[in-house]
Design a binder for this molecule. Structure first.
Ligand code: SAH
Length: 356
């Protein structure tokens, strides 16, 4: 039976399902989930990410990792972790930059947090000749807890499921996926008497709550505080609290109806940075957040672009376009944010020196 039909059967038996359950099924169902069966990243695929736009992104993050390790006092063992490594481009570009410091490479153990079998295969191939050999873990909880950790994640939070709540004239309802009169999947509201929402939420506004994002931030922060270390989470999302339905499905770079073909498109939501940073601080981590454009400029992306263009003058125009895509405010520069969590005993990691 198709995933869509199985979801309908589940709804007929158990009533409308939360958006979080729907997202998990669409992304990770073993037979038809988007990431379990057909992730297509890149210009020819369904969506493009910063490391696939330009090698500069991964290289700068590699330099960030090495500098952060120095800020931690150059521990002789450190876990270098990437969550949601996609096709492995980011980490392989980062390791090329990390190669510059043999002391770091000698100290680092590479861990990749990934659940998608096709992407694990792509990562293994991409890293075949890399200076570090990865070990895979399905969840953060499977990582060792006896060494400092430096974690990077780009467009990972946005895959973690959300629940959506709406304040109605009669109280609070959960927005979920049910069936309409024709028996097709449709969005609807189920009253939820127990839930509390911000009192100032306007009637009809959708409030998203991602327990999965908040739990990830809390787990990461607890490790950073107890093991030492830092995390860099880059994603698109809001940097102040706000209402709105951010669930979207992307196929071949176009927005499509999220209910039309479960498993056939990438589904994402905005990262809830205010919630993520609050959860991290509750565990004792220091936090900071910047627009992606500002963060990359502070890491020296303009100088890196100049150097690349001088080395390959025939590519100068392409490099300038890639640079603009990553940092311009009307492209990825301000919709995307770079959030940093770090142990308060270390100096703020590169880029975040003045933004605690
Ligand atoms: N970071 C990459 C890929 C982003 S796509 C890039 O910037 O190009 C999202 C990645 O997160 C994919 O690798 C996907 O398989 C992984 N992912 C999604 N949900 C996950 C989960 N719950 N646990 C672990 N990995 C997950």
């Amino acid at each position: 039976m198709s995933l869509k039909d199985r979801l309908k059967t589940e709804i007929r038996a158990g009533g409308p399902m939360p958006i979080s359950r729907f997202m998990n099924a669409c992304l990770h169902d073993p037979a038809e989930g988007y990431y379990s069966t057909r992730p297509r990243l890149g210009e020819d695929g369904d969506f493009i990410t910063a490391p696939l736009i330009s090698q500069m992104f991964g290289e700068l993050l590699g330099a960030w990792v090495v500098e952060t390790w120095r800020g931690l006092g150059r521990p002789n063992r450190v876990l270098l972790v990437e969550a949601g490594p996609g096709d492995g481009t980011l980490i392989s570009d980062a390791l090329r930059a990390g190669r510059l410091d043999p002391g770091f490479l000698a100290a680092a153990e590479l861990w990749l947090v990934e659940t998608s079998a096709p992407l694990i295969k792509a990562q293994r191939e991409r890293l075949a000749n890399a200076p570090l050999t990865p070990t895979w873990a399905a969840v953060l909880a499977d990582l060792p807890d006896d060494a400092p950790i430096i974690l990077i994640a780009n467009e990972f939070l946005d895959c973690l499921p959300v629940r959506q709540f709406v304040r109605t004239a009669d109280g609070v309802a959960e927005r979920g996926v049910g069936l309409n009169e024709a028996g097709e999947l449709s969005f609807g509201l189920t009253p939820l008497p127990g839930e509390q929402l911000p009192k100032d939420a306007p009637i009809g506004a959708v409030i998203e709550v991602s327990t999965a994002q908040l739990d990830f931030a809390a787990d990461l922060a607890a490790r950073i505080v107890y093991q030492g270390g830092a995390g860099l989470l880059i994603d698109y999302g809001r940097d102040s609290a706000g209402a709105g339905d951010t669930l979207q499905a992307l196929r071949q770079h176009r927005k499509v109806d999220p209910l039309a073909d479960p498993g056939g498109a990438d589904l994402t939501v905005h990262a809830d940075f205010p919630g993520v940073l609050r959860a991290a601080r509750a565990w004792g981590a220091a936090t900071a957040i910047l627009d992606q454009g500002e963060f990359l400029r502070r890491l020296g992306i303009a100088q890196r672009a100049d150097a690349l263009s001088r080395a390959k003058p025939d590519r100068a125009e392409i490099i300038a376009r890639q640079l603009a895509r990553l940092i311009d405010a009307d492209q990825m520069g301000s919709l995307f944010k770079a959030a940093c969590l770090y142990v308060p005993s270390m100096p703020p990691p590169p880029g975040f020196e003045n933004d605690q």
